[in-house]
Design a protein around this ligand. Structure first.
Ligand code: SF4
Length: 441
């Protein structure tokens, strides 16, 4: 979502007659688009701001038109969530802050920073901010400025109404709002005209999309009807929003990829209750079974948090048991870290020691690695159609990377194929994260 938002910001600024430069060393304005999901991301932003100033102070190439340090703006979820901390931190030399719903105001915020007569006329100690959350902003009238490529991100809804207790998104991105089907289809047509082959529909709770009487299943059908678009993917869904109608569209529509991300978070019913995820372990596994029944060959991936407040060893074992039972193709795993302003942050104690969280995530990753390897090995000898998305690695500039329908990463050695082409491959080897293929067409 942040990559997509950065593309929106580029578009808004170029329309306001700003030019993009290839490196921050040449920029008059540097924007850092931030995430508030994990603590590490915060630290990264603080370090980047210091690094930018440090470089300029130490006489690194300074080609700014004013010959001054650049204006630095913080965008994204961290801007909303840590506004007070960012504004009050005298050692953090930033000029302005804009939340995810304020990007159309960026040209005005920059002008305000520069002052009426140019840079330096305002009181530089006064930081400028706009972190207002909107009930309506979907940026449906902004066509993001994307790099040319194979896959395009396309946000179809913004915000979230779920308030999972560990999550900061409803506070930093506000309530759910969706774009119209017609508007999303129009943008998809433009993407096809620009040469994109795949579109990934985005939303914080993407399958809760609805606009007037149209739901996410209707949207998937409409988007996949766009000529020139070969594949449609979506992320990130919530398990509570998978009606049969949606699963039937995924099963029946050849352009909709047979991959579903199904975030589990925990296999313990008590912890799921504390997280307010609104499903039990039994309901989750029944849904996974139903998905596999209705969509033969579907790949499933998940998200898991270990060490949530008060999680016991036995409850962690229940998470491992669900992983074994569902056999996910892959998993994104996280150690719980308290986020300021969340329900968990206010009501529960982050009391699982760091060493235990580390021990648990290591065990979880080991188990998932075993499962992924076994599942990937089962592809050896099978044929997949892969869409080539990338080229070159440290070891081989000729290696090509594509994705199978189920989102498995497949490598292919050379062969004169171009990015964006679909190639039929036979899988000849597999590791936990990658399949190796040879072209048969
Ligand atoms: S559904 Fe996702 S984005 Fe929404 S509150 Fe829960 S974890 Fe956060």
């Amino acid at each position: 979502m942040n990559s997509y938002d950065s593309e929106l910001v580029r578009s808004i600024l170029v329309k306001a007659k700003y030019a993009l430069v290839p490196s921050e060393d040449e920029a008059d304005v540097v924007l850092l688009n931030t995430c508030a999901i994990r603590e590490h991301a915060h630290q990264k932003v603080y370090n980047r701001v210091h690094e930018i100033h440090q470089k300029r102070r130490s006489g690194h190439k300074d080609t700014t038109s004013q010959g001054h340090k650049p204006l630095i703006g913080i965008l994204g979820c961290m801007a909303t969530n840590l506004r007070t901390e960012l504004l009050g931190n005298r050692r953090l030399d930033i000029d302005f802050i804009a939340g995810p719903d304020s990007y159309k105001r960026l040209p005005a915020l920059i002008r305000e920073c520069l002052g009426d007569e140019g840079r330096g006329t305002r009181d530089e100690r006064r930081k400028i901010f706009d972190v207002t959350l909107s009930e309506f902003e979907t940026y449906s009238d902004v066509y993001p400025r994307r790099e040319r490529g194979v896959n395009a991100w396309l946000a179809v809804m913004r915000g979230c109404n779920n308030f999972c207790t560990f999550c900061v998104v409803p506070y930093t991105r506000g309530r759910e709002r969706s774009r119209s089907v017609e508007n999303v289809v129009e943008e998809t047509r433009q993407l096809a005209a620009d040469g994109f082959k795949q579109v990934t529909l985005l939303g914080q709770n993407v399958n809760s999309y609805h606009c007037e009487d149209r739901d996410f299943a209707d949207l998937l059908e409409a988007v996949s009807g766009v000529e020139g678009i070969e594949r449609v993917r979506f992320t990130s869904p919530h398990p509570k929003d998978f009606p049969d109608k949606l699963l039937e569209v995924v099963a029946r529509n050849p352009k909709v990829c047979k991959h579903i991300h199904l975030p589990l978070q925990s296999g313990s019913n008590r912890i799921l209750g504390l997280m307010d995820r609104t499903y039990t372990r039994e309901e989750f596994t029944a849904l996974a079974d139903k998905i596999r029944r209705l969509i033969p060959g579907v790949a499933l991936s998940t998200d898991v948090i270990v060490g949530f407040c008060t999680e016991t060893d036995a409850e962690f074992e229940e998470t491992l048991a669900v992983l074994r039972a569902v056999n996910f193709d892959s998993a994104f795993t996280f150690k719980y870290s308290e986020r300021k302003g969340t329900i968990a942050g206010r009501k529960f104690k982050d009391d699982v020691p760091e060493a235990i969280k580390t021990e648990r995530i290591v065990r979880l990753n080991e188990l998932q690695k075993e499962i992924s390897l076994k599942k990937n090995r089962a592809h050896i000898g099978k044929t997949h159609e892969i869409l080539l998305e990338n080229k070159g690695s440290k070891h081989s500039p000729e290696v090509l990377y594509g994705r199978a329908d189920g989102n498995h990463l497949v490598t292919l050695d050379g062969g004169g194929w171009a990015l964006g082409e679909s190639v039929k491959v036979r899988v000849i080897d597999a590791s936990p994260n990658v399949l190796k293929g040879v072209a048969i067409s």
